[in-house]
Design a protein around this ligand. Structure first.
Ligand code: SAM
Length: 266
């Protein structure tokens, strides 16, 4: 069990892992080797950064809280393959930052600050970078939403958007008792692997808007949520999949939304 000599800041999502066997399990989700670069957001007390440094060629970590510098440097003593940038990850230019590194495989592995889970994922998607794997520990309810299948109550626009890019897998649950201080939620480790043969959209921002509009009012049908779109075209596409305009968005998988966006044609 790891001990930290820091004042935890709740508003920065500072719940640190204290159980090293959980850290090992997370790190082992990716086949990191000596030619890999790993990006980590929020090293905290650097318990996981240290394990990443043992396996990877380089680790690039972003930590917003300067007050953690001593704790981080203490735990990373002797590891000269780690660069820690003390800055807000959401404001960083990842492509520029990683240009300095030479690597064959790129991973993103992080026990993320939960208050910015979705913005972090959106930033990774918008970076256009190709990751061999993304491994994230997130709040359990959020991880369930990311990895659920269509037809379930948790299925929403974020599920569709993430499943457009990635095969999303819910790997294992981590009890709140593995953290210090103990948070009031449990966590789950989720992995994201890029889809190779995905149906592609002509225009991602149009697809993004269509998906969000389709889920705008959860209880409403596609006919109601998409009333500002060409419903003849919507109906034609849905009928290919055996649905009509009375269907709800939660029943439609990502391929249906891709076809809808391409047929509506922006
Ligand atoms: N990786 C550590 C662990 O597993 O024990 C700490 C994880 S803790 C859940 C999240 C960390 O993210 C904290 O160290 C926090 O200061 C940092 N953080 C919060 N917002 C951030 C941001 N916008 N950019 C970079 N780091 C951030």
């Amino acid at each position: 069990m790891e001990k930290y000599d820091v004042k935890f800041k709740k508003k920065l999502g500072q719940n640190f892992l204290k159980n090293t066997s959980v850290v090992d399990r997370i790190v082992n989700q990716a086949d990191i080797d000596s030619n890999s670069l790993v990006i980590e957001v929020g090293p905290g007390g650097a318990i996981m950064t240290r394990e990443l440094a043992k396996k990877a060629k380089n680790v690039l970590a972003y930590e917003i809280d300067n007050d953690l510098a001593d704790e981080i440097h203490k735990r990373l003593e002797g590891y000269d393959n780690v660069v820690v940038l003390f800055q807000d990850f959401l404001l960083s230019d990842i492509s520029k930052d990683i240009a300095k590194f030479d690597y064959d495989k790129l991973f993103f592995i992080s026990n993320v600050p939960y208050y910015i889970t979705t913005p972090i994922l959106m930033k990774l998607i918008n970076s256009g970078l190709s990751f061999n794997k993304i491994v994230m520990m997130v709040q359990k309810e959020v991880g369930d939403r990311f990895s659920t299948k269509c037809g379930s109550r948790d299925y929403g626009s974020i599920t569709v958007l993430l499943n457009y890019f990635y095969d999303v897998r819910r790997e294992f649950v981590v009890s709140r008792n593995n953290f210090v201080p103990v948070p009031n939620v449990d966590s789950v480790v989720v992995t994201f692997t890029e889809k190779n043969n995905k149906k592609t959209v002509k225009n991602f921002s149009y697809f993004d808007k269509l998906v969000r509009d389709s889920f705008k009012y959860k209880r409403k049908t596609i006919k109601n949520n998409l009333k500002n779109y060409d419903l003849n075209i919507v109906s034609q596409v849905l009928s290919k999949y055996g649905y009509d305009l009375s269907v709800r968005a939660e029943m439609l998988d990502v391929d249906v939304f891709v076809d809808l966006a391409n047929a509506l044609g922006k």
